[in-house]
Design a protein around this ligand. Sequence first.
Ligand SMILES: C[C@@H](O)[C@H](NC(=O)OP(=O)(O)OC[C@H]1O[C@@H](n2cnc3c(N)ncnc32)[C@H](O)[C@@H]1O)C(=O)O
Ligand SMILES: Nc1ncnc2c1ncn2[C@@H]1O[C@H](COP(=O)(O)OP(=O)(O)OP(=O)(O)O)[C@@H](O)[C@H]1O
Ligand SMILES: [Fe+2]
Length: 540
Amino acid sequence: MTRVLGIEGTAWCASAAVFDVTGDDVRIFSDAYQPDSGGIHPREAAEHMRSAIPAVVAEAVELVESKHGAPGGAIDAIAFSRGPGLGPCLRIAATAARALAGSLDLPLVGVNHMVAHLEIGRHRSGFDAPVCLNASGANAHVLGYHDGRYRVLGETMDTGIGNAIDKFTRHVGWTHPGGPKVERRAKDGEYVALPYVVKGMDFSFSGITSAAQDAIDDGTPVEDVCRGLQETTFAMLTEVSERALSLTGADELVLGGGVGQNGRLREMLETMCAERGASFYAPEPRFLRDNAGMIAVLGAKMYEAGDTITIDESRVRPDFRPDEVPVTWRADDGSDRAPTGTEPAQTRGAEAIVDLDRDGGSAYKRRLSKAYRHPELDARLRRRRTRSEARLTSEARRVGVPTPVVFDVDPREGLLELQFVGDADLRDAISETRVRRVGEHLARCHGAGFVHGDPTPRNVRVRRGEAADDLVYLIDFGLGYHSDHVEDYAMDLHVFEGAVAGTADDPAACIGAFEDAYRAVGDERVLGRLREIETRGRYQ
Ligand SMILES: C[C@@H](O)[C@H](NC(=O)OP(=O)(O)OC[C@H]1O[C@@H](n2cnc3c(N)ncnc32)[C@H](O)[C@@H]1O)C(=O)O
Ligand SMILES: Nc1ncnc2c1ncn2[C@@H]1O[C@H](COP(=O)(O)OP(=O)(O)OP(=O)(O)O)[C@@H](O)[C@H]1O
Ligand SMILES: [Fe+2]
């Protein structure tokens, strides 16, 4: 019978909670910092933490005392958020956790705040191996579990989703937080188009925020811009979640983070999951926004797994990434998707249904209309992507990259008839030699001035044969485009490596081989830029 007291203080929310494993009972005490104007000021947030943390912790301790007697005997461990977050805030919460653990002589558990956002959904839903979308203020990423870690399958290349919305509302002159206000006003608005930026499973918000601000300055009604902002950014998050489900073969999705309180985002995710026969779960709002309940719940799982730390090891981690956490509390349940045996006659990706006529030598790809996104955005994306796919599939073949021949294309209907190629997806037949070919192929595309846009191991087909006949095809150029920017080329490599890291059994060797092959054919500067990209997407 475990009972854990959790403390949260990464930025704006000072919170303490008590979690009783028996009865699955979570009691949360929170005190939010509300800036008078502008966004979150780190110094003010820390001042708020200093006064609010002792008070919420005292409330949690009193609750335990009133129900169970002396807290030292009634609590098993003290869990706290180690990061990511604002350094000064994190240190105040950690100091309180250490002091309490010391005075009650209890073990300490250091929790990753982003993993807590995810685990609370897994815990409350009872799902086994979900993909998780974290949509919070400072972050936005999709995570999947593989080989003892939560892998970042895709993430924002600049700001978190909440920060992107809050930045827009500051421009309009609204007080923090902006998210709920945008949600309210969007209900009366007409959709306006804003830039839609998805690269593989990564995405970016900064261009959208600027375009939304420009639209306001140009006199577009604010409720219309709010609607466009929600329709665009949430469709992106829903799309990358669907890509992650498709890539990992998972059929469960959970939502985490403060922006998850938004009804439109939840509706889109629910619709997307229903369309592909997956299950969706969003915890109730008190577990979505920052709260110590999720820290206490994950803290209890970690404590029961023996995953505690000493005071000396308990320093805070402002840049703590979810994939740095060894997952000690999950049995390795073989929930990773097993490779499929024979290939079916019809397969479903994230965007399309593909009818495979092996004997006739054709693959019929139908880009589906997605009920979750606004019809105008939907039509635009399907048309544009079908057209790009036809054009770039052929262009790639002209520069020596094996791709299917395009037999027919109908952008309006989102239809393509392609040559049937390969006998397996790279995902199910990954090897260093084949990954090397992918590196060379991408270098050739980049040399010819275009990117693939979504080079995951599901978008590479393999024809297995003797070493010399082994052929590696690139397919699905729908997110590709012409560009002469090193940044865009490097993003292709980043997308491929992220997907390999999240799904392959020996990712390091594959990634090494991939980069060597790319270097041999392509431009060294692209690899330099890749290193730089890898340090982005961090909490700031
Ligand atoms: C590291 C940690 O400090 C950080 N916390 C954080 O971002 O707080 P969170 O509670 O998860 O999310 C707050 C964000 O959630 C947005 N938000 C709240 N209600 C919303 C709504 N109804 N629609 C859209 N956004 C909403 C707010 O505008 C704000 O940007 C994080 O989890 O990234
Ligand atoms: N020309 C082809 N030859 C053989 N198989 C194909 C071909 N095109 C598609 N497939 C199969 O269909 C699957 C889905 O195709 P594709 O990736 O084009 O669809 P999608 O919906 O865009 O997928 P995602 O967006 O998830 O990558 C591929 O992973 C592959 O197994
Ligand atoms: Fe959070």
